[in-house]
Design a protein around this ligand. Structure first.
Ligand SMILES: Cc1ncc(COP(=O)(O)O)c(C=O)c1O
Length: 404
């Protein structure tokens, strides 16, 4: 008999977005005339930039000719992409990250879910609460956590680090020392950022305890404040303790194209073992590379024209963020995020639960957002709206919320 991996049975069934989907479907069936505006799921809506499309077309044509056809991509990514990432994302910011420390992949979700394979299941993980659910669930699947406790809404053997307005949504150092520390800034869901000083504290802490920081910088392109770090490698000593994840999804609208990368410094060790060769081995065994045409599209993101177009897209979304942030603040809501991140994190009015506010917003205003409690217990009484909608829908949504 084939036995299953029963760690999967510990996963909590009703995934946040399927519950939201079900509620919205039911409401639409009962109110077919309702004009619903979705500011819930964090998917982008702007089309791919023209320079990137041009690069895609060119690469597709290359595939049709014997002289330029490409088969399997190099396991760790094409040099043309890794070189430009090293130069423009890291060296230009004073971070000494070499091209061969960059592992190109089909997105940050897979990488931040798979990276835990390099580590013993005895390790203790620490996550922010609220949290992007992938970090926790991937560790549940691996058997690194205990059982789920419905009363506390937490898994055993996981250090949850509350992130609330009292600590500016940046976790305090926990009492128990974690082996693996997941941090994500700019943050999904809170839209918060971390200052260089506070990130440096985490780096120093990890180095002092031989812990590894798993730093998700999927939203770094949304940072507008020049004092906020884009990469953890802007901190001294981070190459000795941190892995960083990046994504083209929100930076350049690649949620459907799929491209990301992970940085593992060559000298990064834990317990005396280097992590770079382990991830290289894992990549070589379990992964066959992001498509050539998509890597060419990624390269175009860094061209002068591509960069310019992408900045315009980001400015468009951040214009939406400003409309939501200022509209709600003006209407008396307590609002966070939305300045260096495409997420607005608001406190529910009248101490409503996150789901009560979800229902009210859906039934009274026809607007779909995401209940903060779905990201962890410390997200209770918060609510997430995204800036990824169209300008028209964003403006209409804010007008409706403010007028009711
Ligand atoms: C924090 C965070 N990391 C990673 C991802 C996934 O990125 P990708 O589309 O590259 O898999 C998301 C997407 O929503 C995210 O919010």
């Amino acid at each position: 008999m084939a036995k299953i991996n029963d760690n999967y049975l510990r996963l909590q069934g009703s995934y946040l977005f399927s519950t939201i989907g079900k509620k919205v479907r039911e409401f639409s069936e009962q109110h077919p005339e309702a004009d619903i505006i979705r500011l819930g799921i964090g998917d982008v809506t702007r089309p791919i930039a023209p320079t990137v499309i041009e690069a895609l077309h060119k690469a597709v044509d290359e595939m049709g000719h014997e002289e330029t056809f490409r088969g399997y991509a190099p396991d760790l990514g094409y040099d043309f992409l890794r070189n430009v990432i090293s130069e423009k994302d890291f060296k230009a910011r004073g971070c000494d990250i070499e091209p061969d420390e960059i592992f190109v992949s089909d997105g940050a979700k897979c990488d931040c879910a798979n990276i835990q394979e390099l580590f013993s299941t005895d390790n203790t993980i620490a996550v922010c609460d609220p949290v992007y659910p992938v970090y926790v669930d991937s560790n549940v699947m691996a058997g690194r956590t205990g059982l789920y406790d419905t009363a506390s809404e937490r898994y055993g053997k996981v250090i949850y680090m509350p992130c609330t307005k009292d600590n500016d949504f940046v976790p305090d150092i926990p009492k128990e020392v974690p082996d693996m520390i997941y941090l994500c800034y700019p943050n999904n869901p809170s839209g918060a950022v971390i200052t260089k000083e506070r990130l440096q504290e985490w780096v120093d802490y990890a180095n002092a305890h031989d812990s590894v920081i798993l730093y998700d910088a999927a939203y770094e392109a949304y940072i507008s404040d020049p004092s906020i770090p884009h990469s953890i490698y802007e901190c001294e000593g981070a190459k000795d303790c941190a892995i960083e994840f990046r994504s083209f999804s929100k930076t350049a609208g690649f949620t459907g194209l799929r491209l990301g990368f992970t940085v593992i410094p060559k000298d990064l060790t834990t317990g005396g073992e280097k992590l770079w060769p382990l991830w290289a081995r894992r990549h070589g065994t379990k992964y066959n590379g992001a498509p050539y045409i998509v890597q060419r599209a990624g390269e175009a993101v860094y061209s002068e024209a591509g960069r310019h177009e992408i900045e315009e897209q980001i400015a468009y979304y951040m214009g939406n963020a400003k409309i939501i942030y200022e509209g709600l603040k003006g209407a008396g809501y307590e609002v966070y995020g939305g300045v260096n991140a495409p997420y607005i994190w608001l406190r529910t009015p009248g101490n409503m639960t996150s789901w009560e506010f979800f229902d009210q917003l859906l039934t009274q205003s026809g607007i779909v957002g995401t209940p903060g409690s779905g990201f962890g217990p410390s997200g209770e009484h918060y609510f997430r709206l995204t800036a990824f909608g169209s300008r028209e829908n964003t403006t209409r949504a804010v007008e409706r919320i403010v007028s009711r």
